[in-house]
Every structure is written in C-alpha cells, then in structure tokens.
Design a protein around this ligand. Structure first.
Ligand SMILES: Nc1ncnc2c1ncn2[C@@H]1O[C@H](COP(=O)(O)OP(=O)(O)O)[C@@H](O)[C@H]1O
Ligand SMILES: [Mg+2]
Length: 413
C-alpha cells in the first residue's frame, strides 16, 4: 500500500517583495508548516481570531534563505522525492510528480531548475541513466522514450514536435487531439516520442522543449505560467527473473508536471482571452483536486467501491485534459508526489493559504500500487499461454490485464 507524498517548499523573497518591505509569514519546523494570519485577511475579517494555521506534510522544505543551516537544497528535494520516483520506475510502477502553486512561487525552479542549480527533472533523468548503466552490466536491457507536451486552454501542443520531431501535429499551435486507446487508455494523437539512450540525449529533449516554451511565452504574453507542461519518460526493462531464469519485462511511465499558476484569474483588466484561459486553468486544477479527493474516498481499492456505502465512487478524470492524460499515474498503479510551492511574503497570504489547503486535501489520498511485471510474451510459449489465461480470467472479472490503474479506482470514468 503506497500513499501519495505531499511536500511544501517555500522560496526566498523575490525583488518585488523585498522592495515593498514584505513580512515573512511562513515558518517551518520538521514536517510542519505554519502560516501566520495576516491582518485584514478574509479569515480575520470574518471573525477568525487565530494567529496562525498549522499544516503537516510529508516534507516541509525551508528554502527561504540559502545561508540558513536548515535550507532545503535541490539535492535534498531530489534525494527525498526524486529517488522514490526512480525506485518506482525500476520496480515497474508508474509515477507522477507535480508542482502546484501560484505563478512565481518556485514550481519551475523545483522541477527544472537552472543549469547551475538543476531541479528534479534533470536529476531524475541523470540518476535513471546511471542505474541503467549498472543494470546493463548485470545483463538487463532497457528502452527509454520521452515526450514533452504543454496543455494550454485545454489543448495540447507537442514541445518536441516541429523541426526534426516525429510528430506531424507539432509546430507552434496547441492542436493535438487526445484520444483513448481501448487497452492503453488516454493518449495524445501524433505526439512525438523520442528514443533516448543516455543523459545527453534526454537533456537535448529537455532543453529543446524548454526553449519552445520560453519562445512561445515571450511572443504570447507568458503562456508558460498559464499552461501545464508534462515531461514523460517511458521506461521498459527486460531481464531474467533470478529465481527461475524466466524472461521478464517491466514497463513504467513517469510524468513530471509543471502545473499552470494556481492564482485566480484577475477579473479587473482581464481581456476576454485571459478570462477563457482562467476558466480552463481553474478547470484543470479544480478537477485535479477533485480526482485526488475522489481517490481518497476509495482508499481501499478493490473494485472502485467504497467500503462503507458500497456505492461506486465516480472519479472525474475526463473532466479536464490534464487529469485525463495523467489518469494512469493518479490511479492505483502509481506513486504520486505533489510539491506545493509557496511565497514567504504577507502580500501573497491568500494564495499561499489556498495552496496549503489544496496540498492538505491531496494528503488524504492513499492508493494501492500494483506491479506491471509480466512474463515476456513471445519469449516463452508456455509463459505466453499462461499469460493469456491470466488475461482471460482478468477480463472475466472486469479487470483489464496489466493495468492496475483501471483495477482500482477508475470507476465510471
Ligand atoms: N527554492 C528556491 N530557491 C531560490 N530561488 C528560488 C526558489 N524557488 C524559486 N526561486 C526563484 O523565484 C523565481 C520564480 O520561480 P519560478 O520557479 O519561475 O516560479 P513558477 O514556475 O512557480 O512561476 C525564479 O527567479 C526562481 O529562480
Ligand atoms: Mg514556471
């Protein structure tokens, strides 16, 4: 039984906050994050008297001051959370890491980082390939593929398409279609996939995609803060089982997600376009919250029924493109990590509180992780026959084979 991990990370003051003489309203102690209530905040005006609100997470990362001995570095975040993701991938589980928070709170810094101060994505990729190198020495073989996409206004763009990419629907528009495969579930039609064999290959993909995001943002009034970016690594390893020397193959998928800014669209001065965007961004983030909380309701997943009422829990994966595409990493067959990025400043009190509440809701989500290991089909006729029998038995009990996500809480999606 695996549970979702939720971490919070507070960044240093930015220049704007320094210039306005902002007050520090976040404190951390171990796993605890304390948010000091701000005078004249909605909570105080509504009669609340409390001086602070406390939250407990799996990790509370103090990255406010790099000189502080408690400062949480990129390396620490990686060793707590990134190594987990790699372990999952090598064990055949799907994994999903997402960074949530208002624009400017540190999502991209945590996920991608800079060249001097790399974030989770490059560190995960580097570690993945050093484990692959070790595995190859003991006779295993690997196939790794990446794709990188952006969701903007509920439409998908291939960040690695266009020149040199395999995707025909790439280029500069958000025009790819999301479809559903009867066995493999939701996918993006014509999304380019890139076979990578070492860290340099994957780094090239990362940089090319990031470049696409930045260029488009400059041209279009910062699209990147209002779009979700999903970097996906598909990973297949083939080896021989130690106890009986049977060929075995495990497949896993890791989604690394830099979410759009969670701030509410500013009604004043918003153009029609911005309002539409706001509605779409909110829709994805609200749906993501609902999906996670619905999954929490079926904490003991057997067939998607809650233990108490016996009622089927409806999980609204389909309500947004984001959750639809992440479906296989949010259900039973996966490990999920959420990092909530927050500002330390009093002027962001409202957004910080809403981020902490969102993260708190995710925390209650527990899920059962299933293995995706299966004997390699063609490699051994007897294994293949047994495989087919298992598949038939599974179908008979309405549980699609090799898809743990569907087995547990997929419900009526
Ligand atoms: N933990 C951190 N330590 C140091 N600087 C940070 C940290 N988090 C964010 N920053 C800085 O704050 C700014 C905004 O962060 P960014 O990651 O771009 O925000 P977001 O992606 O949430 O909009 C960037 O200049 C970034 O370098
Ligand atoms: Mg960003």
């Amino acid at each position: 039984m695996a549970s979702v991990k939720v971490a919070v990370r507070v960044r240093p003051f930015n220049q704007r906050e320094k210039d306005m003489g902002a007050k520090l309203i976040v404190q951390m102690d171990g796993k605890k994050t304390r948010l000091l209530t701000v005078k004249n905040s909605k909570e105080q005006n509504e009669g609340g008297r409390e001086k602070y609100k406390d939250f407990t997470f799996d990790h509370s990362y103090w990255s406010y001051d790099s000189d502080d001995k408690h400062y949480a570095s990129q390396e620490q975040v990686f060793s707590d959370l990134g190594l987990d993701v790699i372990d999952s991938a090598f064990e055949g589980y799907n994994a999903c890491v997402f960074a949530y928070g208002q624009t400017g709170s540190g999502k991209t810094f945590t996920m991608m980082g800079s060249s001097e101060n790399q974030g989770l994505i490059p560190r995960i990729c580097r570690q993945l390939f050093s484990r692959v190198a070790a595995g190859k020495e003991s006779g295993a073989s690997y196939r790794t593929e990446v794709s990188y996409l952006e969701i903007y206004n509920e439409r998908v763009k291939d960040l690695l398409g266009g020149s040199g990419g395999a995707g025909s629907g790439g280029g500069s528009s958000h025009s790819l279609r999301v479809r559903e495969h009867p066995q493999h579930g939701p996918y993006v039609q014509d999304l380019s996939k890139h076979l990578v064999s070492d860290y340099d290959d994957i780094q090239e993909c990362m940089q090319r995609g990031n470049q696409q995001r930045t260029t488009a943002s400059t041209a279009m009034n910062d699209v990147s803060s209002r779009s979700h970016a999903i970097f996906t690594v598909r990973f297949v390893q083939a080896s021989y089982l130690r106890h009986n020397n049977m060929p075995s193959e495990t497949a896993s998928k890791v989604h690394l997600v830099d979410l759009a800014g969670s701030e509410r669209a500013d009604a004043t001065g918003a153009t029609g376009q911005r309002l539409v965007e706001g509605a779409h961004i909110n829709k994805s983030l609200v749906t993501l919250g609902s999906v996670i909380s619905a999954l929490a309701e079926c904490a003991l997943p057997h067939d998607g029924r809650t233990p108490k009422s016996g009622k089927k829990v409806f999980i609204p994966y389909r309500d947004s493109v984001l959750t639809w595409l992440l479906k296989d990493s949010l259900g039973g067959n996966s490990k999920t990590i959420m990092i909530a990025a927050i500002s330390p400043a009093d002027c962001n009190y409202g957004e910080t509180l809403s981020t902490l509440r969102y993260a708190n809701r995710a925390k209650k989500h527990h899920q059962q992780a299933h293995h995706q290991r299966g004997p390699q089909r063609q490699a051994h006729p007897r294994a293949a026959r047994r495989d087919r029998q298992v598949a038939r038995a599974d179908r008979a009990s309405h549980r699609p084979y090799r898809d743990g996500a569907r087995r547990s809480c997929h419900a009526a999606a």
